[in-house]
Design a protein around this ligand. Structure first.
Ligand SMILES: Nc1ncnc2c1ncn2[C@@H]1O[C@H](COP(=O)(O)OP(=O)(O)O)[C@@H](O)[C@H]1O
Ligand SMILES: [Mg+2]
Length: 373
């Protein structure tokens, strides 16, 4: 697949504050890509520059191979749907959807035909003569999508378009958006701060962290192989450890954490004495009576089909999940905590390792609640 958008070395400063820093991103033609990150990470700023509402401080954005610096927003083959539906309250639904065509002075008959096609696409046929105030939130957002799509953009940008909707409606709109995108074969750039939404809806996810992209990958890869501690925290749940390499043997290394030693796969270019960060998902934590680091089961929670065990070891705790209702373990019981080395994800070092090692002496449990585990 060809890249429809290429972003290179993009920087954005407001005054002295950098908002986006040296950002690179390739978006493939026809893909549904989500930009996922916490509030304030720069998602909207990035979109506004792709759409042409904002100029980069430096760096380049290519659309279909052409540098679009200086191309005004209305001449870019990019349309945006915002979080707030922003329909014109005094225009009918048909007039709202037709807006872009009216500006272009498209003849009435042709306009009516296209409006009808667009309303059909978003499953609002028959709503032509209603006013926006007579529509529900989900319906208004579908009108906003129809109004953007009627301009036949190559790329549709959606900035947290579902965040004003209640959970149930959001779920069904996610499926609908995905269907519309696949039917039309268009490129969608979908912004969200909701990791579950990004996981459900996207072909790929770009995870933003403080104005930078930490990782761009398929949803399962982001979950299975998070590149940084931030990603493993933000997507689902992880047990994260920082430790010192004690010894190296072939493909494995022994890492000393506060409560003992774990065996993990050998990271590249590692030496004895180096600091390493690694993560293990709660479903891959094993407990036994014969090998591992001792811990005490401090809590058990049964949540819809699975059981979570909280195990205290040293100054922190480990989270383990199991399917079903497990009654084999008692609160207060001592167990040995371990995991298979192949389930370990070694994390890229972020910032100051010494600081990390001191601030999370043993490991830090990182929250999140992707699959309700
Ligand atoms: N026009 C502006 N002037 C100064 N700072 C801004 C402006 N727009 C956004 N910011 C800042 O840039 C950062 C990123 O904002 P934004 O792109 O809206 O993040 P997100 O969409 O991920 O929540 C925030 O710290 C925000 O306060
Ligand atoms: Mg935003």
């Amino acid at each position: 697949m060809a890249s429809i958008i290429k972003i290179r070395n993009l920087d954005k400063y407001y005054g002295k504050n950098y908002i986006l820093k040296n950002l690179d991103l390739d978006i493939e033609e026809g893909e549904f890509i989500s930009i996922l990150g916490p509030s304030g990470s720069g998602k909207t700023t990035l979109l506004r520059m792709i759409a042409g509402f904002e100029q980069p401080t430096s760096g380049q954005i290519f659309l279909d191979g052409k540098d679009i610096a200086g191309v005004p927003a209305y001449e870019r083959a990019v349309n945006t749907v915002f979080q707030q539906y922003a329909l014109f309250p005094n225009l009918t639904i048909a007039e709202n959807v037709a807006f872009g065509l009216t500006l272009k002075k498209v003849p009435e008959a042709k306009k009516r035909k296209q409006v009808s096609e667009m309303l059909h696409l978003v499953q609002l046929s028959g709503f032509e003569n209603r006013m926006p105030s007579q529509l529900s939130g989900g319906q208004k957002q579908r009108v906003a999508i129809a109004r953007a799509l009627i301009n036949e953009p190559k790329v549709l940008i959606l900035d947290e378009p579902l965040s004003a909707l209640d959970r149930k409606l959001r779920k069904s709109m996610q499926l609908e958006l995905r269907k519309i995108q696949k039917n039309l074969g268009l490129t969608f750039i979908f912004v969200t701060h909701d990791q579950e939404e990004a996981m459900t809806i996207s072909d790929r996810i770009a995870v933003m962290n403080g104005g930078m992209i930490d990782q761009v990958d398929y949803p399962y890869k982001i979950y299975e192989k998070p590149a940084t501690e931030f990603v493993s925290d933000f997507i689902g749940e992880s047990n994260v450890w920082n430790g010192l390499v004690k010894s190296i043997e072939d493909e494995f290394v022994s890492v000393a954490v506060e409560a003992g030693e774990f065996i993990i796969p050998r990271p590249e270019n590692i030496r004895v004495g180096d600091l390493v960060s690694f993560a293990v998902r709660p479903e891959y934590i094993e407990i036994s009576q014969d090998s591992g680091i001792p811990g005490i089961i401090s809590d058990q929670i049964f949540v819809g089909g699975s059981t979570q065990l909280m195990i205290t070891i040293a100054n922190g705790y480990v989270k383990k999940t199991m399917t079903g209702h497990v009654e084999d373990y008692k609160t207060g019981e001592t167990v040995l905590v371990n995991f298979k080395p192949e389930k370990v994800v070694t994390l890229k070092n972020e910032g100051n390792d010494i600081y990390n090692a001191i601030s999370h002496p043993e490991f830090s449990f990182l929250g999140g609640n992707l699959f309700g585990r």
